[in-house]
Design a protein. Structure first.
Lengths: 319, 319
């Protein structure tokens, strides 16, 4: 089958990969549409030493399922963390923190930039009929955006700042605006600003951030600059949510202590709430789509996506 | 009067300082005993550009109080943050985060390493008769230790690790052991280990820290080494409390996000709970006293205190 292979930080389009064989409890899924994410770019940059098929955002169709033949033909999205179910974290109801986990296209499990992938049946969540493939492919990042509210209570009277209006920043903004909170988003590029404006979300420039005036700041850039802006924007005893992929970076820890700031690291979320918001049309991610490329054009898609201000790039498996 | 003066990171013993005049609402306090803290060492190292009389841990006696003459003769300890009562943080019941605050011996307010100091009457808390000066002088750091539990709920079944068994680490250990939690303290020096043992608190060496196995880790060293140990020790979705004075340091932010760790900066606490624990003999800090020096010998006291493993050094005003 066709697939996008990552090895030694080199991406290649291959046609010599075998269709995978599902393990016990797994299904074979035909990928319909996949999305490129910042984590994919980071993996190419060597953030984590992954070798195999890249990609973790997808919508697909179950084509083989020995343990549940009635599910063949189901249109599905897939939770990317595959848990052992037996370790301390699994038993503590934290499957996304399973010590033995594999993660689709990230840790020890071939990913979604391919014609087919395998995932356990329990990871595959049916997509409601009214949710198009173009929306469903955003389930994974939308779930990650909602994980913020799973970890931190955002109150209607909170003043909230999102730093970064890229792919994830836009989705976070669309979920946080639903809380009724007083929301501002730092957006650098005109396209990002227009998109926020279309959703009636207030955007500002970096230099206009009010200092120490936000109850909660979401850092969605993954950069030292973004983190330092967050430290300046958050009020005493406020919360900064770290919602990106970070390298080691130098930070001003004294102001975290002096201002008694709380930092919350946030990663993957549950798919069900994300699908509910898509089904109820409370979030519409399709305006984020910058372009679609055929899987065979993935390397060009990555080049295109590295331009500043480009939002979501999708990969389709058929012409 | 005699006082210890800090200027351009140089400490000097002076006898030419005038006895201060209390402002409206303030009292004049004769200092009986004062304690040297890590923050004093950091101020000398240039952590914050302070000029004036150093020192913020003390017990004293009110000798002048125009607005409350009935309080003259009271033995008191003093909350070190002097708040304006009018700014957003003060109105939000966060006086320790007052935007205009002065802080005894730290920010724009002469400190306690002197014969006399001034503080607002409302900052001065009476010391119960049964609490000796040697105990009362620990009220401020003990309040800082208790601030951890003001911010983070420590449950009886939590596994808790304290990294650092110095002055503050020992006080934190004595407060956390009262929760019944499963507590371990990383202690490098024999004297620290013996002190913990005397309080029936389990100590371990750095190399024996169980990885990713603690619900809550208290970082009380202020060092990059300590912080990295904390990151390794805390479990997924666990909490690291930053309880020290930090410089800028480089940290592994990716593991904070991947393991969804929460970092909580923690500073000053309320004095009343600290005095209750001292009065009820639930905490006994006197075993931490390494030595006492006369105020005129403060420079030698600082030299003595820079030796590794030395715990609390006190300054007395009379021979």
């Amino acid at each position: 089958m066709q697939a996008i292979w990552l090895q030694n930080q080199q991406l290649s389009y291959r046609t010599d990969i075998s269709v995978p064989t599902p393990a016990n409890g797994e299904a074979l899924v035909k990928v319909l549409l996949a999305g490129i994410c910042a984590t994919d770019l980071q993996l190419i940059n060597g953030y984590y030493p992954y070798t195999g098929i890249l990609g973790h955002e997808f919508v697909g169709e179950i084509v083989q399922a020995i343990d549940a033949p009635e599910r063949i033909g189901e249109r599905v999205v897939g939770e990317i963390n595959v848990a052992c179910g037996k370790c301390a974290n699994c038993l503590n109801n934290q499957p996304t923190h399973c010590i033995q986990r594999t993660v689709l296209g990230i840790i020890n499990r071939h990913g979604a930039f391919a014609e087919y992938l395998c995932l356990p049946l329990k990871n595959l969540i049916p997509v409601p009929t009214s949710v198009s493939n173009e929306k469903a492919v955003f389930t994974e990042p939308l779930a990650a955006a909602l994980q913020i509210q799973q970890q931190v209570a955002i109150r209607p009277n909170h003043k909230v700042l999102i730093i970064g209006a890229g792919r994830l920043g836009q989705l976070i903004a669309q979920t946080l605006v639903l809380t009724g909170c007083d929301l501002q988003v730092v957006a650098r590029y005109e396209q990002q600003q227009q998109l926020l404006q279309a959703h009636k979300i207030a955007w500002i420039l970096e230099q206009d951030i009010e200092k120490h005036n936000f109850n909660i700041v979401i850092e969605a850039t993954g950069s030292t600059t973004g983190f330092n802006l967050a430290i300046q924007a958050v009020q005493s005893r406020g919360i900064i949510v770290l919602k990106s992929t970070y390298r080691d970076m130098s930070a001003n820890f004294s102001s975290i202590v002096i201002n008694e700031i709380t930092l919350v690291g946030s990663r993957c979320g549950s798919f069900a709430p994300a699908l509910r918001l898509l089904e109820n049309k409370l979030v519409d991610p399709t305006s984020l789509i910058a372009d679609k490329f055929h899987l065979s054009q993935t390397l060009q898609a990555f080049e295109y996506m590295r331009q500043p201000g480009i939002l979501k790039v999708l990969l389709q498996m058929e012409n």
